[in-house]
Ligand binder design. Structure first.
Ligand code: AN7
Length: 346
């Protein structure tokens, strides 16, 4: 049999799968790397979009979750938990369901995109909306693991980072080289850490001859790494990255240092402009947090002729509220030819 069977089989040689008899997969990964013609022209560079929104639950979290749930099951877990701004909860709920494990998700009440809440509910997780923000949800999830027999599947679980490094592998496999710049949204900073590990491992194995500069972008209202201190009440329209105290803060600083990269802030207006631009001109409907990567390269520019990959971490369909509120409301017209002709300037 041939064809794509998911990341753990495709990249098995790059993982420690000791003790794993059964892989829990939804055939995640193998996502498109799209050449962005308009962005390339606008930036004077070769720009590519790694569209993670076509993963089984619509975000990059599936890469980490296939590994985290596979390992949790192999180690005999029956129950998993996460705190989440939405995408982790959707992925955890789906992979737990596939594995026959129970799943508990803690989400900040009223602050996760509608589609993500719907996903966690429909996949059958126990969803608890807490009166607090993501950082509190994650702290509580960690604390609960001290009191209940439950495995945490946030990116503080090292299996998550291992799975997510495959995004970098796929980029090099398609381009035949590492990009000069990897632009990526930063929330908890797990993904920037994972991508760097992937690029490093390929480099050390001579699969690529260079390493990218890692450029991370936080939302200005939730930019603790840029500011150098935790943010008690993070605020941004990009609810996925509404995070004030990233779990992988220290590793992310190491990534920036080792790759000669940077982590900078983009405003909600920058994010929404980029969100609309990639939909309108590159035909990719990503979610607002994902657009932070494109917002960053548009805001700060890139070296002429550079090869740049922007990671678009999640699917725009998850957040219909932002899609509708950031576009003009479609007019309602009478069901007559005259009304349509007059509307269309005929
Ligand atoms: C679309 O789901 O933290 O820097 O709980 O959903 O690895 O945290 C989501 C994060 C970027 C940031 N883009 O990645 C969660 C959660 C999207 C995201 C990020 C998230 P990290």
């Amino acid at each position: 049999m041939s064809g794509w069977q998911g990341l753990l089989k495709e990249y098995a040689a790059w993982f420690d799968l000791a003790g794993v008899d059964e892989v829990v997969t939804l055939q995640e990964g193998n996502t498109p790397l799209l050449r962005a013609d308009r962005l390339s022209e606008r930036l004077g560079a070769h720009v590519w979009l790694k569209f993670e929104g076509v993963n089984p639950t619509g975000s990059f979290k599936d890469r980490g979750m296939t590994m985290a749930i596979t390992k949790a099951k192999a180690h005999g877990a029956t129950k998993v938990i996460c705190g989440s701004t939405g995408n982790t909860s959707a992925a955890a709920a789906a992979y737990a369901a596939k594995a026959g494990l129970e799943c508990v998700v803690l989400v900040p009440e009223g602050k996760i995109a509608l589609g993500k809440l719907a996903q966690a509910m429909v996949y059958g997780a126990t969803v608890l909306q807490i009166r607090g923000n993501f950082d509190q949800a994650l702290d509580l999830a960690r604390e609960l693991t001290q009191h209940l027999p439950i495995t945490i599947v946030n990116s503080i679980n090292p299996d998550r980072i291992e799975g997510q490094k495959t995004g970098a592998f796929e980029i090099v496999d398609v381009l035949g080289r590492a990009p000069d710049i990897l632009a990526i949204p930063v929330g908890n900073a797990g993904n920037i850490t994972a991508y760097w590990r992937g690029f490093l491992q390929y480099y050390e194995a001579h699969r690529s001859t260079s390493l990218p500069r890692m450029w991370g972008f936080q939302a200005a209202g939730a930019a603790p790494i840029v500011l150098g201190h935790p943010v008690a009440n993070p605020e941004t329209i990009a609810s996925a990255i509404r995070i004030g105290n990233p779990a992988s803060w220290v590793p992310a600083l190491e990534v920036v240092h080792e790759s000669h990269g940077d982590i900078r802030a983009v405003t909600d207006d920058d994010i929404l402009d980029a969100y609309r631009y990639v939909a309108r001109y590159e035909s990719v409907f990503c979610e607002p947090a994902s657009a932070a990567s494109v917002a960053g390269v548009l805001k700060f520019g890139v070296p002429e002729g550079a090869t740049v990959v922007c990671v678009l971490t999640g699917n725009g369909l998850k957040d219909p509220d932002t899609a509708l509120s950031s576009s003009a409301r479609p007019p309602v017209v009478d069901a007559t030819l005259e009304a349509l002709m007059s509307e269309l300037g005929g």
